[in-house]
Ligand binder design. Structure first.
Ligand code: FE2
Length: 218
């Protein structure tokens, strides 16, 4: 039996504190760039190799997450490192927003189901990718939001939303992002514009999102 307590790490360090920049009105994303420990990456790879696809979606306290993931995905030393990382990020999210539970989703996607840039109608979402390409996003000052709305239904390319493909930012493996949505107080019309990674060729991606447990009552 692997001792999960010993493997737990404290992530509330001087690097993760950068995520609190989300509380600044002028920001609609905060980004903690980090390099994943090898053991976490190996855990992600094991899950990718074990599963063609799966979806995990549960509302949990952060200290229930390890067990729930072990029950769903099995355990190995590397997987436990990964599950601990997810627990730690959930604890961080709970502490930041004074929550008792989070809505954790984890899954494998094989390509972008929807290539359109969009905003989320929620307060704030944490996301990270453990394997494969990361989420794409556009800085506020480089976009024409009128095109976002107009083109959301009619144009795959969303012509005019941004002027150059080099404007598109890519989250790297392991990066932890907090994305501010339209329902954050004072952020209406300023939600972060983003999309799933979009490539012509197929890819495999292991990702998580952490949300408020009740999206309609934030
Ligand atoms: Fe989204």
């Amino acid at each position: 039996m692997i001792n999960k307590t010993i493997l737990r790490k404290n992530i509330f360090n001087r690097k993760s504190i950068v995520l609190s920049e989300i509380f600044d009105n002028k920001n609609n994303i905060s980004l903690w760039k980090r390099k994943l420990d090898e053991s976490i990456s190996f855990g992600a790879e094991e899950i990718i190799n074990d599963n063609l696809e799966f979806d995990f979606s549960k509302v949990l306290k952060y200290n229930e997450i390890n067990e729930a993931l072990v029950n769903r995905l099995g355990q190995s030393q590397n997987k436990i490192f990964l599950f601990n990382d997810i627990s730690n990020l959930s604890e961080l999210f709970c502490n930041m927003f004074e929550l008792k539970k989070v809505w954790l989703r984890m899954g494998i996607s094989t390509n972008a189901t929807c290539p359109r840039f969009h905003v989320d109608y929620l307060k704030c979402r944490l996301l990270t990718t453990y394997y494969g390409p990361g989420t794409e996003w556009l800085p506020n000052d480089l976009i024409d939001r009128r095109k976002l709305k107009f083109n959301q239904k009619f144009s795959k390319d969303q012509d005019g939303l941004f002027s150059s493909k080099t404007d598109i930012k890519h989250l790297a493996i392991g990066d932890v992002a907090l994305l501010k949505g339209e329902l954050w107080s004072g952020n209406k019309g300023q939600g972060l514009v983003h999309r799933s990674p979009y490539y012509d060729e197929k890819y495999r991606r292991l990702y998580i999102t952490i949300d408020f447990s009740d999206l309609n009552n934030q």
